[in-house]
Ligand binder design. Structure first.
Ligand code: KG4
Ligand code: ZN
Length: 342
């Protein structure tokens, strides 16, 4: 079965082809440079950029894979969560293609696709625990099957990636700042007492990162303001105080995520496998700490390589293939679900 995946939920237009569980190729146009000018994603610009790139990217993918459009059996597309205008571009393109080709059509939860993507690199085992940490979401799931995700916890305010990006902005780093903060943290000295581990003093599996962000903002304003020119042009010249702040903030986020993952595993004792996915899953310290956590518990961690962590369409094509193989599909009345339950 040849499955085309289409991803346009935020600021990346991406398409990929998966055949019999194997990635043939993928193409991606990032809009990060456009939105960096505004310090965050501008929804209207995002949908216009998707509209501009989706057709040429499809042609490029088919050319690179030496396939005809008529070979496609299933068109899978992210239906949400995401920006409405952006999702509509991908979904409308997918519906048109499926209708024209007589192919099956399937709308996917973008967050579930993030978590299933690691199946392209490692063997998936169910049931397992899933930690999804991206720019817009922080969720913990019990995953029973590729089509059965039971939400256990979620962020009540900012997502982990959002907290990184907002603090990165205050530090004068280019948007999105998460990856750069990770890089700077590696040469910084973390002070474990500098920032709080938010929202642990309770009995649930939810997160709240806005207080941590406020604590970091106050620290930066009092102690770091004006200490280096902004925006920081050359990362190699980053002062030690900046690296130390990144290391301390990074540690606070990672400690918090790990504490709730450990709590989730305590409550789901039959789970031996943890999948971690989403942009923040590329974080060096988070990967190390979760790996160690699972090793101590005699379990395993499945974490995709960095290119599969951030938004891409290989995950959409692969998740579509998994569900399509199991017989799932939608009719063309399916709608986008920008927010909430998908
Ligand atoms: O999954 P993703 O590409 O897009 C969403 O669906 O949101 O995640 C993007 C997020 C951004 O907030 C970015 O700063 C963060 O992932 N990110 C990182 C790292 N790489 C990307 N955060 C921390 N450490 C990283 N290495
Ligand atoms: Zn994403």
């Amino acid at each position: 079965m040849l499955c085309l995946g289409i991803e346009s939920s935020c600021d990346e237009t991406a398409l990929a082809l998966v055949e019999d569980g194997r990635l043939l190729d993928s193409v991606l146009a990032s809009q990060a440079d456009v939105h960096a000018l505004f310090g965050g994603v501008v929804p209207e610009l995002a949908s216009r950029e998707h509209y501009r790139y989706i057709g040429p990217l499809f042609d490029e993918l088919m050319h690179r894979c030496q396939r005809q459009a008529a070979d496609i059996d299933l068109v899978s597309v992210a239906r949400g969560p995401g920006l409405l205008g952006s999702l509509l571009v991908g979904v409308a393109f997918a519906k048109g293609l499926a209708l024209g080709l007589g192919a099956r059509f399937l709308g996917l939860n973008h967050l579930h696709a993030h978590l299933l993507a690691v199946g392209l690199e490692q063997k998936l085992t169910f049931p397992c625990l899933g930690l999804l940490v991206s720019g817009g979401h922080t969720h913990i799931y019990r995953i029973e099957a590729p089509w059965r995700f039971l939400p256990l916890g979620r962020t009540l305010d900012d997502a982990a990636g959002e907290a990184f990006d907002k603090v990165g902005k205050l530090l004068g780093l280019a948007y999105p700042g998460g990856r750069l903060m990770d890089a700077l943290a590696r040469s910084g000295r973390a002070d474990a007492g500098l920032f709080p581990r938010p929202y642990l003093d309770n009995d649930n599996l939810d997160f709240s990162f806005s207080g941590l962000k406020t604590a970091a903002a106050a620290y930066i304003e009092h102690y770091l303001d004006g200490r280096w020119p902004r925006p920081l042009q050359c990362v190699e010249d980053a002062p030690q105080a900046l690296r130390d702040c990144c290391a301390s903030f990074n540690l606070a986020v990672v400690d918090t995520l790990c504490a709730k993952v450990a709590r989730a595993l305590d409550r789901q004792p039959d789970l031996r496998t943890l999948i971690v996915a989403g942009g923040v899953a590329a974080n060096t310290l988070l990967r190390e700490r979760l790996k160690e956590l699972m090793r101590r518990r005699g379990g395993e961690i499945l974490a995709p390589g960095p290119a599969l962590c951030t938004d891409n369409a290989a995950m959409t094509a692969y998740a579509g293939w998994l569900l399509g193989k199991a017989g799932f599909h939608h009719d063309l009345r399916m709608e986008t679900i920008p927010r909430g339950r998908v």
